[in-house]
Design a protein around this ligand. Structure first.
Ligand code: A3P
Length: 350
């Protein structure tokens, strides 16, 4: 790993006590973890395997990239964008497939420790791969190859920050960046990290909060992720959205998206799409198309039964009452130091 990645970053594997602590709390990263310099980005070691392919991905001007730190409402935005561009009258035959089979998660392959977990018949992502990538080997990147193979116009999801994508990205494609208040991100990412075996979080909530403010979670640092997008927010190809604004006024946000994407949809179409992509409707559809989460190998069935599946709550301010005063003060301090300093503020943050 001495050679720099195409992005110019150097990947340094975790070792010793630092590695042991992460593997104890996140057994899903059993193959290893790397930290990138500069930026201190943290990833499962397989990021290195796919990093240059992602950096050199062949984009087309009609592509739209939905970019976020995990748990900021990516899936909701993917469904809105895919539907606005591919299914404005809600009659597209592929719409029955789960969101990620139509709008792939570009770098997901780095999280897949065991391919068998995602290539079972019971896996909704694999469905899209089988349909669109016949004869291809999922080991070469199931989601990466699916991202290449889906028909135009493509809507691709990435949780990677701008600095790990090709600098030409924003001059080539439209990017929608979604940010969410840090406390709801922590609650949602904590649930997700327990739910999905590829993370497999075993620690306590207070440990997770500490990992977050120490920038020691996969895809962290959150503040730098948001900062890189915030600084580009006036670029004509970037549309910056807050999860809280989508929740408060989905129609208002859809009108802005309609202008940004140049989709020319009517108010009636936007209203139908807002309902179709509501939390309740998406949860129903994924349950029907994606199968039973409690039975899927990559979900922790105990967590699904006790605390819910992927579509957990979909609210703003759900963090209230879930942090001790000490933990809340820790996050407030981190937010003031790391985020308020570059000029961003979040609704529902206090
Ligand atoms: P919660 O855990 O707070 O419920 P991502 O897609 O980036 O992983 O983000 C997931 C978060 O968005 C989860 O938040 C999920 O429930 C929420 N979400 C997904 N679809 C949604 C929708 N249609 N409306 C509102 N929230 C949604």
């Amino acid at each position: 790993m001495s050679k720099p990645l195409a992005s110019g970053h150097k990947a340094v594997p975790f070792e010793g006590e630092e590695l042991a602590k992460q593997l104890r709390d996140f057994p899903g990263y059993r193959l290893g973890i790397v930290r990138l310099t500069p930026g201190d980005w943290m990833f499962p070691i397989d990021y290195v395997k796919f990093a240059d392919k992602i950096y050199n991905f062949k984009y087309r001007p009609s592509d739209v990239m939905v970019m976020t730190y995990p748990k900021c409402g990516t899936t909701w935005m993917q469904e809105l964008v895919w539907t606005m561009r591919n299914n404005p009258d809600l009659n597209h035959p592929m719409a029955v497939l789960p969101v990620m089979a139509r709008s792939p998660f570009q770098e997901m392959d780095m999280l897949v420790g065991d391919l068998a977990e995602v290539t079972s018949d019971n896996n909704p992502f694999y469905e899209g791969f089988r349909l669109l990538c016949p004869g291809k080997d999922p080991a070469d990147g199931l989601m990466l190859q699916l991202s290449e193979a889906i028909p135009d116009p493509r809507t691709i999801k990435s949780h990677l920050p701008f600095s790990l994508h090709n600098p030409a990205l924003l001059d080539t494609v439209k990017v929608i960046y979604v940010a969410r208040n840090p406390k709801d991100v922590i609650i949602s990412y904590h649930h997700h990290s327990r739910l999905i075996n590829m993370h497999g979080f075993q620690g306590e909530f207070k440990d997770f909060v500490k990992y977050f403010v120490d920038d020691d979670l996969v895809y962290s640092p959150y503040w730098l992720h948001v900062k890189e997008a915030w600084e580009k927010r006036h670029h004509p190809n970037l549309h910056f959205v807050f999860f809280e604004d989508l929740k408060a006024d989905v129609i208002g946000e859809l009108k802005k998206l309609n202008a940004f994407l140049d989709t020319k949809l009517t108010d009636a179409q936007l209203s139908d799409i807002a309902k179709y992509a509501s939390f309740t409707e998406m949860k129903k559809r994924e349950a029907a198309a994606g199968g039973n989460e409690a039975e899927m190998e990559f979900f922790n069935s105990e967590v699904v039964k006790k605390d819910g599946g992927f579509f957990r709550k979909g609210e703003s301010g759900d963090w209230k009452g879930k942090f001790t005063p000490e933990l809340e003060a820790m996050v407030d301090k981190w937010t003031a130091e790391k985020m308020t300093s570059f000029g961003i503020t979040f609704k529902y943050a206090v």
